[in-house]
Write a protein that binds this ligand. Structure first.
Ligand code: NAD
Length: 481
């Protein structure tokens, strides 16, 4: 169905954009039924291609269990599609708005109109869901879409390309393949909206490129998300949740807890319980089936470099869980590691880690935690383990981050009705929930004056009705004398 099978340059991409825009302008906006049909097609295709996608991701990473791809990607896509389908009628409904006395009996309402063609740029770490959930949102909002998946997961991108070409025409959904150069040109196209998921440095470049055409943006970026454990709350439940959030996909998760803030009295207990949890999760250590490889050599040596640098600067680097007795079976697996006592200027405390390394910093009171977070970039996510007491409330009141998890990590992303997005250097705008639908729709305000409303009675701009209206609104004119 899709004729552009190998779109690898921006000339082709700008032609596709023109085709999609013409198709958009020359047809009626899709109805509720048509949008639901597109979502249903996408859902069915994901299930049909499930195994191909699992295999492709695992080959791209070196190893990722099919189970992890199911749980961390495919479930999320299917749930997002179902959520959008279920709520679409409500989202699309025009909204009545208030009309002031002055303009009675006119009527005001907002209509959510599709924007047109949405550009979607995706990273490699969850290459299926971070491409297809924005796509589902674009389709639900009545748009056409062009996708630019990551070059670091080429097999997955190829399957996504083939899958979408089998259910959509090029005028509806197109996939553009290529690396940073293609990404740079893609981000300079005059989309009606662009959603970029990726790193903060590339996000800055994308925003610059989009500004030439004043393309509105959603930026889903990265950063260092802290996990704070209240004094006395290191326990099995806490550690299970932290290890789950940190080690799923081997820490290559934007919302993974990046570093831990642990009360100084609890440090020894934290180390011991983290080790026990990692052993329980991965009985064969880094060779366990559910333990994912690091995506490529560059990232693998970057992570080794973070550990070497911290060690050289005097930090303790502690490998957790079962250690492989002989050489590891798997390529590029990095043993779960704690870093204790890293300095604030160590790379591991400055850069987003994006791997199975958890630096632990101790604190004495909640004010110290608040100051530490506020002295740094606003994080994409923040996690708190403890009672929902005054300390917790103060922490939430006094810090600004993307989403928050209380007594859990990462699963806020799976709450379809919550907006998802960062703030400042961790992102701009949000998707998921009604916020996603609205970000890809134009909120058009319409005021219908009607026949007999107040302004229509004004025979002249300064007649007696205008005098009356001014007195009602501004009060009687006060004389200075
Ligand atoms: P990245 O920024 O390197 O790449 C993202 C996309 O941008 C890719 O498609 C890539 O080809 C393209 N690109 C690369 N250079 C470009 C350029 N100069 N101009 C335009 N496009 C360019 O990110 P990544 O390494 O693929 O992903 C990891 C990062 O993404 C981490 O920082 C992570 O926190 C972040 N992330 C954020 C979220 C979120 O929802 N907020 C989700 C996943 C990942």
């Amino acid at each position: 169905m899709n004729t552009f099978l190998n779109v690898t340059n921006a000339v082709d991409a700008s032609e596709i954009l023109e085709r999609q825009r013409n198709a958009f302008l020359n047809t009626e906006p899709p109805t509720l039924t048509q949008r639901k049909k597109q979502l249903a097609k996408l859902r069915a295709a994901v299930l049909e291609y499930r195994e191909e996608l699992q295999i492709a991701v695992s080959e791209d990473f070196g190893h990722r269990s099919y189970h992890e791809t199911d749980v961390m990607e495919l479930v999320g896509i299917v749930q997002s599609i179902d959520y959008l389908s279920r709520n679409l009628r409500r989202f699309m409904k025009p909204e009545r708005r208030h009309v002031s006395l002055f303009y009675q009996s006119g009527k005001a309402h907002v209509e959510y109109q599709p924007k047109g063609v949405i550009g979607v740029m995706a990273p490699w770490n969850y290459p299926i869901s971070l491409t297809l959930i924005p796509l589902a949102t674009a389709l639900a909002s009545g748009n056409r879409a062009m996708l630019k998946p990551s070059e670091l997961t080429p097999r997955t991108s190829a399957v996504i390309h083939r899958m979408l070409a089998s259910i959509f025409t090029i005028d509806e959904v197109a996939v553009v393949l290529g690396g940073p150069e293609v990404g740079a040109e893609f981000s300079a196209l005059s989309f009606d909206h662009l959603i970029f998921t990726g790193s903060t440095p590339v996000g800055r470049k994308v925003m610059k490129a989009a500004s030439d055409n004043l393309v509105p943006l959603t930026l889903e970026l990265g950063g260092k998300s802290p996990v704070i454990i209240a004094r006395g709350h290191v326990n099995q439940r806490t550690m299970t949740s932290i290890a789950y959030g940190k080690l799923s996909n081997s820490g290559q998760t934007c919302v993974a807890p990046d570093y831990a803030l642990v009360h100084e009295d609890d440090l020894a207990e934290f180390i011991q319980q983290y080790d026990a949890t990692v052993t329980r999760f991965y009985p064969k250590g880094p060779d366990s089936e559910d333990y994912t490889s690091i995506v490529n050599e560059r990232h693998y040596s970057r992570l080794q470099g973070l550990l070497d640098h911290a060690r050289e600067n005097g930090a303790q680097v502690l490998e957790m869980g079962v250690k492989p007795e002989s050489a590891k079976d798997r390529l590029r697996t990095l043993t779960p590691t704690l870093v204790i006592g890293a300095k604030d200027d160590d790379a591991v405390m400055r850069e987003e880690i994006f791997g199975p390394i958890l630096p632990v910093r101790t604190y004495r009171d909640i004010d110290e935690v608040i100051d530490y977070i506020n002295e740094r970039d606003r994080p994409l996510a923040l996690y708190y383990f403890g009672e929902k007491d005054a300390e917790c409330k103060k922490l939430l009141r006094r810090t600004t981050s993307g989403n928050v998890g209380i007594n859990n990590t990462i699963i806020h992303v799976a709450q379809d009705d919550l907006p998802f997005g960062g703030v400042g250097p961790s992102g701009m705008g949000a998707y998921h929930g009604i916020e996603g639908f609205r970000s890809m729709s134009h909120a058009k305000g319409i005021f219908d004056q009607g026949r007999w409303n107040f302004p229509s009675l004004l025979s002249a701009p300064f007649g007696k009705f205008m005098e009356l209206a001014l007195t009602i609104t501004l009060g009687k004119k006060k004389s200075k004398s």
